[in-house]
Design a binder for this molecule. Sequence first.
Ligand code: SF4
Length: 128
Amino acid sequence: MTGLTGGKMSSSVPASHISLLDDPEVGSEKVEAATTGGRETAERQRELGGEAEECPVYELYAYLLAADDDEYTKRVYDECVGGERLCGECKGEAADLMHDFLADHQAKREEAEAVLEDLDTDLSSSRR
Ligand code: SF4
């Protein structure tokens, strides 16, 4: 995936990626701050449509946030390139989904850790 700041993801640039261990609020804020494939103004966006192929936020929908719902991904794409979808609301929607994804993932992780603890297995790592 493209990094959230454009270019590559880098572990030395926290804003360029979202860790599965990021606080959900932080993950959500990173999506809100992400680079987009949007036009300079809302008027231009309505006129020309956004550039979904150049947009890290669209990639998030396609690879993660829409889960297996291809229709949802297609709707985001069509609304973007058709000029109906503006980046502010699109990022807000993606930020909410990211928040819920991270909260759910981390809750499941805690459950799994409790199970592993019962099994006396340690999977701790310095990697984030
Ligand atoms: S509307 Fe959404 S998908 Fe389209 S360029 Fe903006 S943020 Fe990206």
